[in-house]
Design a protein. Structure first.
Length: 289
């Protein structure tokens, strides 16, 4: 007689209960952990994934030996050090290589020298968040998303499709920010970038001068190549100063928290993302889901 319930397979029970005791397999994870670009959740997510894999028995050995535990080698970069001191990221890479990492996972910082060092040691970078030209051009970098170099051109194109003929652009004053218009301009049709403003990385910096210039230029739309908090601050300042055009947000920044913070300033917001909307059933994967 059956009860309709199935017992777990013996092998599944065994795997879940057995801790991996083979040689560790190490992955490098490096990101900016503090400041305006800080993303400490990158490390939390990586460690949670490693813990989950190890709890299920680790990584099977290809030769049939003991399963391998997965270990994370962290490099937490403070504030804007990755842009002001490139050697910091290089040290991340050299330390990770000395620890025997087989790959870097989810890099989230400016790290041109680090990428070159990893390449010399045949260590690929998997799931990199694209932030500078090296992330795009180095053959050992394998990104899982397009990052700002896809989202911001997509946002500018969305503004044009919504009727914008003139477009403004705002980003951080660093090499990556200043490179972004080079990705935006090729995707536009008749629309043109008429003003570019670059703000200090310090989120408390005075933005009134840039806001004044943008309002005076009065483009049909403005692309915000900034973090979520600065994008909210800019939107509130632009609207309060009388700007009535469209404002383009990165899809990664337009979430429930930013919508709540925007309050009454949520009208005429245009957004683009690396991923199709979950309602877009013309996409066969979404339709299947």
């Amino acid at each position: 007689m059956t009860t309709g319930l199935r017992e777990p397979l013996p092998s599944a029970r065994k795997i879940a209960a057995t801790k991996p005791t083979g040689t560790p397999i190490r992955l490098s994870v490096m990101a900016t952990a503090t400041g305006i670009t800080g993303a400490p959740q990158v490390f939390d997510g990586a460690q949670a994934a490693a813990d989950a894999i190890n709890a299920q028995g680790g990584i099977p050995d290809a030769a049939g030996g003991k399963s391998h535990p997965l270990e994370i080698v962290e490099c937490r970069v403070e504030g804007s050090a990755s842009t002001s001191a490139p050697q910091v990221a290089l040290k991340c890479a050299t330390d990770a290589v000395s620890e025997g990492v087989v790959a870097d996972a989810g890099k989230y910082l400016f790290a041109q020298l680090a990428i070159e060092e990893f390449q010399k040691q045949s260590v690929p970078l998997i799931g990199t968040f694209l932030v500078d030209a090296t992330d795009i051009t180095n053959p050992d970098v394998f990104a899982l998303g397009g990052g700002a170099v896809m989202e911001l051109p997509g946002t500018a194109l969305a503004l044009e499709k919504a009727g914008a003929k003139t477009i403004g652009f705002v980003s951080a004053d660093n090499p990556a920010g200043r490179a972004l218009p080079g990705f935006i301009k090729p995707v536009l049709g008749d629309a043109t970038l008429t003003i570019e403003e670059y703000l200090p990385l310090d989120p408390s910096a005075d933005i009134s001068s840039s806001v004044s210039k943008l309002v005076q230029e009065n483009p049909d739309g403005i692309v915000l190549g900034q973090t979520a908090s600065v994008s909210v601050k800019l939107t509130q300042a632009l609207r309060s100063a009388g700007y009535q055009g469209m404002i383009g947000f990165s899809g990664a920044n337009l979430n429930k928290d930013t919508i709540k913070q925007l309050g009454k300033f949520t009208t005429d917001i245009v957004s683009a993302s690396n991923y199709p909307a979950t309602t877009q059933t013309s996409n066969k994967q979404i339709k299947q889901f």
